[in-house]
Design a protein around this ligand. Sequence first.
Ligand SMILES: Nc1ncnc2c1ncn2[C@@H]1O[C@H](COP(=O)(O)OP(=O)(O)O)[C@@H](O)[C@H]1O
Ligand SMILES: [Mg+2]
Length: 442
Amino acid sequence: MSNHRDTRAPRGRPSTPAVFSAPSEQIPNQVGLALSHLAHLIDGALDIRGGPVDARSFAARSLGAGREEIVVDVRSLSPLDAVLVGIRLAALMEEHGVVGVMGGDGEPTPMWLSLDTDDGSERYPAEIYVSFAAGTLSTEPVVLGIERDWNSQSLVGFSVSANGARVREIVNTVAAEAGELSNPFRMRTVLADLENNRLRMRVTSNLDGDRSDVVLPDRVWSDLDRHVVSVFRSQARLAAAGLSTNRGVLLHGPPGVGKSAAVRALAASLVGEASIILCQSDVVMRRIDSLYGELGRLAPALVIIDDFDRIAPRGGEQMRDFLIAMDGVASRHQGVVTLATANNISQLDPAVRRAARFDAEIEVPLPDRAARGAILERYLRDIESVVDVPAIARATEGATGADLRDLVTEAVLVAADAPISTELLRTLARERIITVPRGVYL
Ligand SMILES: Nc1ncnc2c1ncn2[C@@H]1O[C@H](COP(=O)(O)OP(=O)(O)O)[C@@H](O)[C@H]1O
Ligand SMILES: [Mg+2]
């Protein structure tokens, strides 16, 4: 999804603001005030000559009324609602045509975003004011807007006070119609991050990866199947029996053993069965409540939190909000599986593990000799090589999957055009394994 201002058909005055760039310490206070006052006057004059400066002036002009006669109806929107309302508003603009458009913050051009959908991509306004002519949305002219600030977004409607009730009705209708649109994030892979302090959700490409490429003990896969995949596949039966269909799963083990790779492969296998939510660390830290608030409309959903121990260390302030949000899941939603990975669970706040927030802890161990052999085979598969794999597996005690992948990578770089040999791998392994201290979890 791109995030840019629409460059088509700018309306209103150009967006060059009146800026006095002289350093403020050179301007005596009184003079500064006078300049600021002057700037406002100039702004006001431009408003009259050129176009609107703020939403209220834009509305006043569109409604043919004085600025002071305008009343505003505001309805706050969740991040998902903001997208749906944007889509609905775009449809209304298309259907009725508009007599005027303005962006937020006095910008002449609105901000449009685009959303990847099953059949292409859809554009919708994220920050806009639109005026509809009399006899289109209503018998009176109407101004609607989508506003955003640091924390939140809202749908606004402007009217002269006599029409306040009618505009409130229109705002409510637009919100209701938006609520009936099909949720563009459901069953998709969604990246959840923050924009300013607002939760932002974007459809992203599905994760790739195949289980057969990640060499893990059978027990790890069967535990993941039981605690993640089966929860989705058995959801109806669980629900019918009055059992919870929410789960928390903690996948832990040393860095580099393939936890993230396993999660990717697992998520790839669930495409079409659940919404996959990739939760960035800033969301967990600051807006986890907003995210979990949306899950009801995304379920069945797999929420993936990578490197959870870095985000939520022992006694951290964010931990409390996270726990409250997770507890809320149990009572408010069905079909939400939270899958978190951690390098070191002893770093996690004990409260996370104690109160059954995570129903299952699955440990991914360092690969044993057989697993190291299988991982080496996997990475040597498409490379010309003459390698005694069991010998190298024996010589790489303590290495992780990531180490073995790097070992093969390095061998390819060193060998140039020659086939990879046992001796080369052995030499490189000796260098690496001696120089990389084991048991140091980063
Ligand atoms: N068990 C494994 N089997 C195959 N490849 C692995 C394995 N473990 C690690 N790798 C390789 O190393 C990369 C980094 O591992 P990663 O999944 O990020 O480890 P972790 O999340 O446990 O720190 C993986 O993308 C993969 O290429
Ligand atoms: Mg990882």
